[in-house]
Design a protein around this ligand. Structure first.
Ligand code: PNS
Length: 157
C-alpha cells in the first residue's frame, strides 16, 4: 500500500489542486492531504474550513484530509511514509519547490518529493488569484469546486 502526503495551505482548494490529487491517485494507493495550520501565511479560511472544503470536493476518492502543524518531515514520520506530492505549474514555482524539497531531504534524507505537472488549463491558477477574483465578485465557477465557490461567495458577501 503506497501512501503519499500532499501538503499545502489550500486556502482554498482549486481545480488545479484537484487535478494534482486525481493524477497522484493514479500513482499512489492513498493520498493524505495535509492542510497547514499556523503557517506564515495569513489565511482567509481556518484550517478546519479548508479541510472541510477539501473533504467536500474529494468525496469517494482514496484520500484522508487532516490539518497539520510543525515540520512536514515530522508529519511524514507520523503517517509512516517518506513520499511527498507537490504540483508544479509555471516555471516560477520551481525555485520555491526546489528549496522546500532540498530542505526536507536535509532534515530527513529518506524524503522523496514527487512533482506532478499541473494540466496546462490550470497553469496560471492559484488560490491567491481565485480569492482576488471572488473578492471582486467575479465568477470563479471554472476555477474551484462548487462547494468552494459557495464558501467564497458567502465570505465576500
Ligand atoms: O500551499 P503552500 O503554501 O505552497 O504549501 C507549503 C507547505 C505547507 C508545503 C510548506 O509550507 C510546509 O511544508 N510547511 C511545513 C513546515 C516545514 O516543514 N518547513 C520545512 C520545509 S521548507
Amino acid at each position: 500500500m503506497k501512501t503519499a502526503v500532499y501538503p499545502g495551505s489550500f486556502d482554498p482548494i482549486t481545480n488545479g489542486h484537484l487535478d494534482v490529487i486525481e493524477r497522484a491517485l493514479k500513482i499512489f494507493d492513498k493520498l493524505v492531504i495535509a492542510v497547514l495550520e499556523n503557517g506564515n501565511k495569513e489565511c482567509l479560511f481556518s484550517s478546519k474550513e479548508r479541510a472541510d472544503m477539501i473533504k467536500g470536493a474529494t468525496k469517494g476518492m482514496r484520500v484522508e484530509v487532516e490539518p497539520f502543524s510543525g515540520l512536514l518531515v515530522d508529519y511524514l514520520r507520523k503517517k509512516k511514509t517518506s513520499l511527498v506530492v507537490r504540483g508544479l505549474r509555471a516555471v516560477s514555482d520551481f525555485d520555491y519547490e526546489f528549496q522546500m524539497a532540498i530542505a526536507n531531504k536535509k532534515l530527513e534524507p529518506e524524503t522523496e518529493t514527487i512533482f506532478i505537472l499541473t494540466d496546462k488549463e490550470y497553469f496560471y491558477l492559484s488560490s491567491t488569484t481565485v480569492k482576488e477574483l471572488a473578492r471582486n465578485k467575479a465568477n470563479v465557477s471554472g476555477f474551484v469546486p462548487k462547494n468552494v465557490e459557495l464558501a467564497l461567495r458567502k465570505r465576500f458577501s
